[in-house]
Design a protein around this ligand. Structure first.
Ligand SMILES: CC(C)(COP(=O)(O)OP(=O)(O)OC[C@H]1O[C@@H](n2cnc3c(N)ncnc32)[C@H](O)[C@@H]1OP(=O)(O)O)[C@@H](O)C(=O)NCCC(=O)NCCS
Length: 166
């Protein structure tokens, strides 16, 4: 899937040539930028009319394909609080489910209430690290010690109500 419309959000698959711009966008949003060009990482971006990234979403899939680590969900500050974040997150959940993942996980210290809106519950970070041991984000967080400071969240991907659009 190269380009698609999800709700009111127009998303393009992130190309290798977009990675530098996405890295800058995610740094501004204070999100992890490790592994953005890895084959296991699926990313989509939303561009504005001037060619700037204004939204992003994605996930990294485990080697066995059963677990998805949702990551890089961000909306530019000027566009927040209009439902775009939920649309971007739902898009990643739907794509991960289509790809065959049955469980979604993520790390979030600051945005728990946002993820609870999508059916996520606090999870055991050790379980997350075991299910997604091969992902860049888990490896990075283990190497840096950040794993111990993180809050893990998970939800099954089979529950259809969380995937409904607003
Ligand atoms: C988190 C983020 C993606 C939300 O984007 P957004 O477009 O403002 O989100 P929405 O408008 O869809 O918000 C939906 C609901 O979640 C709530 N919400 C939004 N951001 C939140 C946050 N950071 N913490 C808690 N709740 C939040 C909103 O209040 C809203 O609830 P309401 O409908 O009851 O008012 C955005 O704030 C962002 O880019 N933050 C920086 C990056 C980040 O932290 N990403 C998440 C980790 S991957």
């Amino acid at each position: 899937m190269g380009s698609c419309l999800y709700g009111s959000v127009h998303l393009d698959r992130c190309r290798p040539s977009d990675v530098d711009a996405l890295t800058a966008f995610l740094r501004d949003a204070d999100l992890t930028v490790s592994g953005l060009d890895a084959p296991s990482v699926r990313l989509w971006v939303e561009w504005d009319a001037l060619g700037a990234i204004v939204g992003s979403t994605g996930y990294e899939i485990s080697d066995d394909g059963r677990h998805a680590l949702i990551r890089s969900v961000a909306v530019s500050p000027a566009r927040r609080a209009r439902g775009r974040g939920l649309s971007l997150a739902r898009f990643a959940l739907a794509r991960a489910s289509e790809e065959g993942a049955s469980m979604a996980w993520l790390f979030s210290r600051r945005s728990g209430a946002f993820w609870q809106r999508l059916g996520f519950e606090v999870a055991d970070r050790g379980e997350l690290a075991a299910a997604l041991a091969d992902t860049h984000q888990v490896r990075l967080f283990q190497q840096t010690g950040q794993l111990e400071r993180e809050v893990a969240w998970s939800r099954p991907l089979a529950a259809p109500e969380g995937l409904r659009r607003r």
